[in-house]
Write a protein that binds this ligand. Structure first.
Ligand code: GLC
Length: 430
């Protein structure tokens, strides 16, 4: 098998799942602005120390998070075990800069893993390749380091970067070894010359897979996932953020490749107390359907606060998405590209023996799809299973159907059904 075939096999379940929860949580949640705050305000380790000394998430109950994710219809989750600030939510033997040494006093990753696994949700771990705490990570002159232009750090230019690489590999080994089967490893991110083998990426990937052979890895270590001959570390899926690629993702030969877009619920990854610019459940469902119709996944982010609570607004949106998913999830899981151009009423996805028309708003009495390459043998409304007529309306021939194959579906008054959009299932003969 070549790398692409292995990738396709490995990502089968992941592509089936389609919907996951991203969780950004760490010391920066106390500042409640941005996980890049040290970079933005050039905060020194010393000035940041007070957050370490007082990190005490007394409401941390990952069972609640896991229940919420499950209820929203999410099938996997990815938690920031270490973000760019270098603080570890897990009990690493290679650093003191970890949750066990804060007032939290315990391994928060372990509790996350146990809670999500108990709900049947697959386990993903985010791990930052950047590290603004480790003394061997280049500080002065680096593109992103908080001390990038601080003259006092002239001596810290990553002269002993190999020590950092060893540290990073050791920590990843801990994550791979100490928490049972890990489903997704989410590295973040490469830039400039900090890419690929600079991280000793081939060795890292081989180590990760030697412990968790089925783990799938994102594409942020470097390399080119779209290449005809991708590097071993170029990843199993593309990871656009805050955008949905216009045409999904393909390799250089035009073959679809797995991808997942990660998107925030408001405008920040970590908890931001002033950002109330939340997407609605309808926005989320729209984005999810857009991703699925283009062959991708949606990793939707929440930013729990310093005490460990997922903000109420996020909870509300996720609960509403969950209600919709319970009735309509069939058009998401295991579904993908339908090979029919997008219609005005909304996105179309394809599952086994079925097309799903996601109708965002109420519409006229009929929905029509043009140039459907499949033979349609029946139609149902997904939310209650009722049969819908596919007979041609009596006057259809007088209007714009010449030269097209058109399927008409007679729709019930949608407005009364579900404000977040309804799904028509077309049963097809393949
Ligand atoms: C970026 C940011 C980061 C965030 C991530 C999510 O790489 O550095 O803060 O965690 O994207 O995709």
């Amino acid at each position: 098998m070549n790398i692409q075939e292995e990738r396709a096999l490995r990502t089968k379940g992941y592509c089936h799942d389609r919907f996951g929860m991203f969780i950004h949580w760490g010391l920066y949640s106390i500042i409640a602005e941005n996980e890049w705050i040290r970079n933005h305000k050039r905060i020194t380790i010393e000035d940041y120390q007070k957050y370490f000394d007082t990190f005490n998430p007394t409401n941390y109950d990952p069972k609640k998070w896991a229940k919420l994710a499950k209820q929203a219809g999410m099938k996997y989750a990815v938690l920031t075990t270490k973000h760019h600030d270098g603080f570890c939510l897990f009990d690493s033997q290679y650093t003191d800069y970890k949750a066990t040494n804060t007032p939290a006093g315990r391994d928060l990753v372990r509790e996350y893993v146990d809670a999500f696994r108990a709900e049947g949700i697959k386990i993903g771990l985010y791990y930052s390749l950047l590290d603004w705490h480790h003394p061997d990570y280049p500080a002065y002159g680096d593109m992103h380091h908080p001390m990038r232009d601080n003259e006092d750090f002239k001596e810290q230019r990553g002269q002993h970067f190999e020590r950092y690489v060893e540290y990073m590999h050791n920590q990843v080994r801990e994550l791979m070894t100490n928490y049972g089967k890990i489903d997704i490893m989410w590295f973040d991110f490469h830039y400039g010359e900090m890419t690929g083998e600079k991280w000793e990426a081939t060795k890292l990937v081989n180590m990760v897979r030697s412990i968790n052979p089925d783990v799938i890895i994102d594409n942020r270590m470097g390399g080119d996932i779209t290449s005809a001959n991708p590097e071993i570390y170029s990843g199993d899926f593309g990871s656009p953020e805050q955008m949905i690629p216009v045409g999904g993702m393909t390799d250089v030969n035009g073959n679809p490749i797995p991808w997942e877009t990660c998107i925030t619920l408001n405008d920040h990854w970590c908890y931001n107390a002033n950002d109330l610019n939340y997407k609605s459940s309808k926005n989320v469902i729209n984005m999810l359907m857009e991703c699925v119709s283009k062959g991708g996944n949606l990793l939707l982010n929440v930013g729990p606060d310093a005490k460990g609570n997922i903000p109420e607004m996020s909870v509300k949106v996720l609960e509403e998405v969950g209600e919709w998913m319970r009735l309509n999830g069939e058009c998401v899981y295991g579904c993908g590209i339908a090979d029919i151009k997008k219609h005005d009423f909304g996105r179309i996805t394809k599952g086994e023996g079925a097309l799903y028309l996601y109708v965002q708003d109420c519409c006229s009495e009929h929905i029509a799809i043009y140039d459907c390459p499949y033979k349609v043998i029946g139609a149902r409304l997904l939310c209650d299973g009722r049969e819908l007529s596919t007979n041609l309306p009596w006057n259809a021939h007088s209007y714009e159907i010449d030269g097209h194959s058109v399927i008409f579906v007679r729709t019930p008054p949608f407005a009364k059904l579900n404000g977040n959009g309804n799904v028509i299932k077309l049963i097809i003969e393949e």
